[in-house]
Write a protein of this length. Sequence first.
Length: 347
Amino acid sequence: MRQTWLDVAKGVGIVLVVLAHVLTHSKWQSAPWVYFAISLFFMPFFFVISGYLFTVSDRQVLLAKRIRGLLIPYAAFLGLIIVGMLVADVLHGETPAPWQVRHLMTDAVLGGRYLTRELGVFWFVTCLFATQILYNEVALHTKGPTDPVMLIFVAGSVVLAYVIQAFWPDIRSPLALSHVPLAIGAFWFGHLLREGKLDTIAITLAAFAVFGVSVAAASAGIDFAFSMKNIKFGPPILGLLLALAISAAMLGFIRLFFHGAADVLAPVAELGKASLVIMFAHQFVHFTLRESGLTSDIPLIVLSIGLPYLLYRLLKSSAVLSPWFLGQGSLSFSIDRMRRTLASRAR
């Protein structure tokens, strides 16, 4: 059964993603501070939500499900936005040279940190895919998130993440695989919350403790800059703990508020259902509009959310396109429909 409050959480999360990316290029005086506050947790927040939704599955079943739900839409949107970028360049009178197209295609195959600007957010999907597959493999051999083997695995992953930050911060691994160790920590935390291994009081006390230590550390001059894509995870362990504490507080607040305001939050839940499409498309909308002369933050934020949402609704209504871009519906039916359409036009 679908938990609508988690759609609300994803909706809140994707709005924060768009807000952060637009404010990165904003001239608003307070934009850097707002961006910094959001960046402390906004990407780990999605991995926590994914972990909350996780259930242990047969490896082949999960692999097929994730290829269909993540990798096929990833490839479809990657191709669509690359075409959109090339068309936008031509319309602006800047026809890409062959070497530029080759470079763009090479970066598209490599993924991860090789993708920038309009394609910069795509790292998240390949990282999430690898995280889910790897975590599930360990979960198949353990008895839950508090199993000693699982705890050792997660602890080792988080330590590895900070080793990568310390010694290879500029690493450009294919498909963002170097981001997986930290993502596993956030994913595991979401699974832990789902299993109810921590009661509300314990979570609240732990969150306040992390907030207090973080404030003290920041006052002492410790840098808390957090960017998963750029291998900046904040101070060792504490940076992740702060992201998890904020994520837990956000989830708790949303769940509590949702029970008394489900109707009010319905539009946010709709954005949550469209969050993957908005994730894929919002930077293309943002940069295209900005390069066309629109620089006002609020219209950019609204359009960078609204236009991808309209695209989501269009794709959802199409039995042919939905399997490719949303991972919903029958691929075989879609292929058959396309084959029949091509055959009829060829006559």
